[in-house]
Design a protein. Structure first.
Length: 220
């Protein structure tokens, strides 16, 4: 039986945060200014949903939505996603997972995610000092408290969630603190991504400075 998991980035590298270790934000420079409409258009979205479902011979089809920050697209965009999935499901069970930094979560999102059975991956790097060291917004302000507010929304609406933690130069020296904190906030499924970046002395022709972004997922 044919089954594949495809990670979709419907908003490309666009994000409301400016995490200091992010390897993806600068990818915006790969596109000319006049062509920088990163939102996946409806006809492309429709084709993606239809073809992904049709390609699977299993009873369940998984969609994984990442970014950037996919929640910047708004609830109506994902209402359209669910509508298209229902249209082309052909008797198959559709499962959705969405990775988010959590700062945009509100009751409208919580209600939608719960009603449609989305699994949410929440990005958090540990306790406040460890998280805020790198995960800041476009103004350089910390995001920890906003992430915890988002987590409270998920819990309020009974949305299933797991956590994704970037292992970096700082929190890698505090593994037990990170683990215990994430368990304390209620995560039952922990994901860790170690990040190693090589920075060029000079930007390349596209203005990129990261030579490599070595990302590996490990799960616990």
């Amino acid at each position: 039986m044919n089954s594949v998991h495809i990670m979709a980035k419907p908003h490309g590298p666009i994000c409301n945060l400016d995490c200091t270790y992010c390897y993806y934000l600068e990818k915006e420079k790969l596109y000319p200014a006049e062509a920088r409409s990163f939102r996946m258009k409806d006809d492309v979205l429709e084709a993606f949903v239809r073809q992904n479902i049709a390609a699977q011979s299993t009873a369940e089809v998984h969609f994984v939505w990442q970014g950037g920050e996919p929640m910047l697209l708004g609830v109506p965009y994902f209402e359209r996603v669910v509508e298209l999935q229902s249209e082309y499901a052909n008797g198959k069970k559709i499962l959705n997972a969405l990775q988010t930094n959590g700062t945009l979560l509100d009751d409208a999102w919580g209600e939608f995610l719960a009603r449609n059975g989305f699994l949410v991956g929440l990005s958090i790097d540990g306790s406040q000092a460890l998280h805020d060291a790198h995960r800041v917004d476009k103004g350089g302000k910390p995001t920890f408290e906003r992430v915890l507010r988002g987590l409270s929304v998920l819990k309020k609406h009974g949305v299933e969630f797991n956590t994704l933690t970037v292992v970096n130069r700082l929190n890698s020296y505090h593994p037990l603190d990170v683990y215990r904190f994430i368990k304390e906030i209620g995560s039952q499924y922990l994901q860790f991504i170690p990040v190693v970046e090589q920075v060029a002395e000079q930007p390349d022709a596209n203005g990129l400075v990261l030579l490599r972004a070595c990302l590996r997922s490990s799960e616990q």
